[in-house]
Design a protein around this ligand. Structure first.
Ligand code: LLP
Length: 466
């Protein structure tokens, strides 16, 4: 490579610079290259972070996370004249620091289990929010909520997004027993198709989530008869990692029709939740719309759909997960051995894999990498980045051009904030990595690395065997 020519990593940083919407970038907003040719994020040298906190390591950039939150929030203020609330889909990555940061930016939370509800509540308590402020911020989702999860939600007074008949009937019983009211939204399957992986498509007719539209009138009738259930809104979510805007536009019309019907039934509906789904850039060829463009489409479509039906503007709720947190985080690994199969492939192994990032093996997801300690070096070879699990399919990235690497180099996979830590496992009894938050040169541990003791903590040996 000529000295004046830019390396792939430099080009990625330069092209990212022109993107103001974090979800359209490959690297976090604060990514730069320092004099040692190392990647810096949040003012911290990624190679030094690995030395200090170990490897693999999730590195979360506070500025990028906060920017996503403010872009969502500000765009709703700009494009929607009614009340609005952005709630973060915690399933993307539920941990106490993320809750605390997003809450401070005025974001609420969609949780899908007792565990996510507990994590969120705990973080908000520690951050000084009152009980009322906490319950107001949280919505509980899930297609098979347990009785204890429903009880937890009723007791903590958060809102519940009801998915099916069993849940509705159980809620009616529980609230009557407790003589306690609950605010619910009804989730419907809107029958809208979008182009994304079939596992993460949720809005089409053939989906396990929500009521089919032909059930809704019966649901409205049932809910109307319950003294302790207030149906305050409707919800739909069409899928995830979506680059098209049209399905989100179309959803507004479907929801507004049912909102009008709910009002005709005399239900006190005032909230419309349009779900999440905006995609992000994982590789150079991905081209998602910006956060602002997505919000503008959704807000304008809901406003127009309501005006056309003579409806007062509902409180508009959106629940982005991936586009809130994905780009803010990278995963740093240490390069290990290599296997060269002449004329076929070169495998370069790293010290993590499908246990810290199950997305490639689950959805064939693609990722971009940089070598954190060789940022200005040009690509010299095509390699396949292999994880360390005893499974042939544990490949993080197939056939990617990178600079020459040696054992000990720091390989950084980009855009790993969403559905990586949250779907991480202990497969092969690997300890889950640590996560650090970086900001203005400071790095704080936000999730401890698991230890071998953590791995056996829940195991028991019956006494007759020992
Ligand atoms: N709301 C509901 C009801 C959802 O089911 C989801 C995602 C979201 C909001 C957030 O969607 P997002 O803005 O993140 O696209 N594990 C998969 C993604 C599963 C998405 C599940 N639902 C992946 O790694 O791609």
């Amino acid at each position: 490579m000529l000295l004046t020519e830019k390396s792939t990593a430099e080009k990625l940083i330069l092209t990212s610079d022109s993107q103001s919407s974090p979800n359209q970038r490959l690297l976090p907003l604060t990514a730069t290259i320092n004099e040692q040719n190392h990647l810096e994020i949040g003012g911290c040298d990624v190679t030094e972070l690995v030395t200090q906190f170990g490897s693999p390591l999730y590195i979360l950039d506070e500025k990028t996370l906060r920017t996503c939150a403010t872009q969502y929030r500000d765009a709703f203020k700009e494009f929607y004249p009614g009340e609005s609330q952005v709630i973060y889909a915690s399933k993307a990555w539920s941990c106490m620091t993320i809750v605390s940061i997003l809450a401070s930016e005025g974001i609420g939370f969609d949780v899908v289990s007792g565990g996510e509800l507990y994590t969120t509540t705990k973080a908000l308590e520690i951050s000084g929010y009152t009980e009322n402020q906490i319950s107001d911020k949280i919505y509980l989702h899930g297609n098979n909520k347990s009785v204890s999860e429903l009880e937890l939600a009723i007791d903590s007074q958060c809102k519940i997004i009801v998915d099916n008949w069993l849940e509705l009937e159980t809620l009616a019983q529980l609230t009557a027993q407790k003589q306690q009211c609950v605010n619910i939204l009804i989730r419907l399957t809107p029958g809208i198709e979008c182009h994304t992986h079939e596992y993460i498509r949720t809005g089409s007719i053939d989906s396990k989530f929500g009521f089919s539209v032909h059930q809704l009138e019966a649901v409205f009738t049932f809910v109307k008869q319950q003294s302790y259930i207030n149906c305050i809104g409707l919800h739909a979510h069409i899928g995830s990692q979506i680059f098209e805007l049209q399905p989100h536009h179309d959803l507004a019309g479907v929801l507004a029709d049912w909102f009008k019907k709910a009002l005709d039934y005399g239900l006190p509906v005032k909230e419309l939740n349009v779900g999440g789904g905006l995609g992000i850039r994982y590789t150079e060829s991905d081209d998602p719309p910006s956060i602002t463009a997505w919000v503008k489409t959704v807000a304008t479509a809901v406003k127009k759909a309501c005006e056309e039906r003579n409806l007062a503007l509902p409180k508009l709720i959106a629940e982005p997960g991936r586009s809130m947190v994905a780009t803010a985080c990278v995963t740093a690994y240490t390069v290990g051995g290599r296997k060269v199969i002449p004329d076929i492939r070169t495998y370069v192994s790293v010290d993590g894999g499908m246990s810290d990032n199950p997305r490639p093996i689950t959805y064939q997801s693609l990722y971009q990498v940089v070598i954190g300690n060789k940022m200005r070096e040009g690509n010299t070879e095509k390699v396949t980045i292999a994880g360390k699990h005893c499974e042939s399919g544990d490949i993080l990235i197939k056939d990617i051009e990178i600079p020459d690497t040696q054992p000990g180099d720091v390989l950084v996979v980009l855009a790993t904030g969403a559905y990586n830590y949250s779907m991480a496992s202990n497969y092969n009894r690997l300890a889950r990595p640590a996560a650090v938050l970086v900001n203005q040169g400071e790095a704080n541990l936000i999730i401890r690395r698991e230890t071998y003791d953590d791995l056996v903590k829940q195991d028991l040996i019956p006494s007759r065997l020992s």
